[in-house]
Design a protein around this ligand. Structure first.
Ligand code: HSE
Length: 346
């Protein structure tokens, strides 16, 4: 039986996954036994189509490209248009919901309600939305488990760089007692541009032009984006139910060019560090600018690149560095989740 996929939200990330699925159809089937149909798309701006037998992905993507929405997808027998997200989750024959809606990370909505609705029906979810994992991990993970559903959220921390699955699967058997990382590309870009002499304002503007920053860059520069990611790491990797708002957080908005230059003179570098630490059973976390020695591996991470270092009792420090955002990278993170779903794994 092919996996039946419904996209809830169909912006850049969702469309990128759809493109990857279409391009890799044969490979996915041959290498991983993943056979699928995309049966539905429901997007508040772009409209909705549902075809229980499967939509033609290329036609779907062309329709969006040409008309800006899915409403003009050609009518055919069995096609239903206009279902909202909950109709699509509840009434379609999809067994995997790709939840990529535009979600308010402060409330986690509508993504949290979408995940809950899917799990209640035993349907699996893959998502890149941070809100459900940062704000409702315990409840949703428990519900998914009770209902035998899979929940993939690899892309919520460092997009397609496997910051979540790698420590759980590959570093299995270690006690990971500390995680520290550069988890926000915008602020790292700003800090490294300031090291080159650019002003804070100019560097932020450029980060926005390059598409690194969130729609409201407050979330980046005040450290909130990194704090959500620290909450995800605490909940998922350290198994400690830390709430995002309980993690002390300081951003980089009050940092001056003088501070950055002064650090360089002293062979140091400022980096916005998210830290999660386990001490016995107690887990604490923080997000704040830290002054690192210039030869610290995290100080060497420049531009919008992200990095994460896991302190392991057996393997020692393991560092992973890579993209933290980007359409292809984030679309790919969903593909990782989908392949793991297909293999019945973690
Ligand atoms: N605005 C985020 C960043 C994007 O700059 O890293 C990924 O969450």
């Amino acid at each position: 039986m092919p996996t039946k996929i419904a996209f809830i939200g169909f912006g850049g990330v969702g469309q990128t996954l759809a493109e990857l699925l279409s391009k890799q159809r044969e490979d996915l089937s041959e290498k991983y036994g993943l056979n699928y149909e995309v049966v539905a798309v429901s997007d508040v701006m772009k409209g909705a189509v549902y075809q229980p037998k499967g939509l033609n992905i290329n036609r779907l993507l062309e329709t969006v490209k040409e008309t800006g929405n899915v409403e003009k997808y050609p009518d055919e027998e069995g096609l239903i248009k206009g279902w909202d997200s909950f109709d699509t989750i509840n009434k379609s024959n999809a067994n995997v919901i790709v939840e990529v809606t535009f979600t308010d990370v402060k409330t986690g909505q509508p993504a949290i309600d979408h995940c809950r609705a899917a799990f209640e029906r035993g349907k699996s979810v893959i998502t890149t939305n941070k809100g459900p994992v940062a704000l409702a991990y315990r409840e949703l993970a428990q519900l998914a488990e009770e209902k035998g559903a899979f929940w993939g959220f690899e892309g919520t921390v460092m997009s397609g760089t496997p910051a979540l699955r790698m420590p759980i699967t590959t570093l299995i058997g270690n006690n990971i007692y500390e995680i520290k990382g550069i988890l926000n590309g915008t602020t790292n870009y700003i800090l490294t541009e300031m090291e080159k002499g650019k002003s804070y304002e100019k560097a932020l503007k450029k980060a926005q032009e390059l598409g690194y920053a969130e729609a409201d860059p407050t979330s980046d520069v005040e450290g909130y984006d990194a704090r959500y990611k620290a909450a995800i790491l605490s909940n998922y990797i350290m198994e400690a139910p830390l709430a995002a708002e309980d993690i002390p957080c300081e951003g980089i908005s009050s940092m001056t060019e003088e501070q950055v230059q002064e650090a360089l003179k002293n062979k140091k570098k400022w980096r916005l560090i998210a830290r999660v630490k386990k001490d016995g059973k107690e887990v604490t976390a923080s997000v704040k600018p830290e002054l690192l020695d210039a030869d610290d591996p995290l100080a060497g991470v420049t531009g919008a690149t992200n990095a994460i270092l896991y302190e392991c009792d057996l393997a020692g420090p393991i560092m992973l560095t890579g993209a933290g955002a980007g359409l292809v990278e984030t679309g790919y993170s969903l593909l990782i989740d989908l392949i793991h779903f297909g293999k019945g794994g973690q």
